[in-house]
Design a protein around this ligand. Structure first.
Ligand code: DC
Length: 230
């Protein structure tokens, strides 16, 4: 086991958690990584964990609609997530988890309550092992770390999110905007851990802002929201 393994256990130490939630394509990952770097904290992308379960299901020929088998797989798989790579049962899944097949399968995996339960346990264990960190997802401030030192809800208009994605990977802006809106709808309407801003979250709308401007804004708000330790 390496220090990046996300296993369902872990020791307990004092920890500082910055929770980042928000819809797909709002810039959470880029902002989260940079905030972590500026504060000297570790960073965890929990979306990569849901993608890793979808990857494992596709690789083993398990249908993502077979809730019980996917849940079993989530409990049994070895999963290591670091900033630069995702390893599933010794297979490097870093590139494939961003591909079309996994992206299409992941919503069904993320709607599976038993998978969510398992991955939330691994996320809490990761935080205990790393003394906290910047943790990014959809339900981090609302469910996984309700006592986080700072909760952020990072968003941007669907059109801007689509334009950013098209700049990165190509495609048609209108099509991408439609699929982003569709994914938001599924994430917001699922019963377990629906995407929403926690009452205690600071909403950061990144529309029209550069990454640097967003990161500066977040780092500047820290003393008001966190203990002196940060
Ligand atoms: O952020 P992303 O696109 O890599 O997330 C992949 C999927 O996992 C997406 O459907 C949202 C879901 N997800 C979730 O339900 N809860 C999280 N904490 C993180 C991601």
């Amino acid at each position: 086991m390496t220090s990046n393994d996300v296993e369902p256990d872990g020791g307990s130490t004092a920890m500082r958690v910055i929770a980042i939630d928000g819809p797909a394509g709002a810039g959470k990952s880029t902002v989260g990584r940079e905030v972590a770097r500026r504060l000297g904290l570790e960073y965890l992308d929990t979306g990569a964990m849901y993608r890793a379960v979808a990857f494992a299901a596709l690789r083993r020929g398990v249908s993502v609609s077979d809730e019980q088998s996917v849940a079993e797989l989530a409990r049994e798989m070895r999963l290591s997530v670091s900033e630069h790579e995702v390893i599933v049962d010794d297979v490097d899944a870093t590139t494939e988890i961003r591909g079309r097949a996994v992206t299409e399968a992941v919503s069904a995996v993320a709607a599976n309550p038993a998978v969510r339960d398992e991955l939330r346990g691994r996320q809490r264990a990761w935080a205990r092992e790393h003394g906290g960190g910047v943790i990014e997802g959809r339900d981090i401030g609302t469910v996984v770390f309700p006592d986080a030192d700072l909760k952020l809800y990072i968003t941007a208009s669907p059109r801007e999110r689509a334009e950013r994605r098209v700049r990165e990977i190509g495609g048609d802006v209108a099509d991408v905007e439609w699929s982003i809106t569709e994914r938001d709808r599924r994430d917001m309407n699922r019963l377990d851990g629906p995407l929403r801003a926690d009452a205690g979250a600071v909403v950061v709308d990144t529309t029209g802002l550069t990454i640097g401007e967003v990161v500066d804004h977040i780092v500047a708000m820290l003393p008001a929201h966190t203990s002196d330790a940060l």
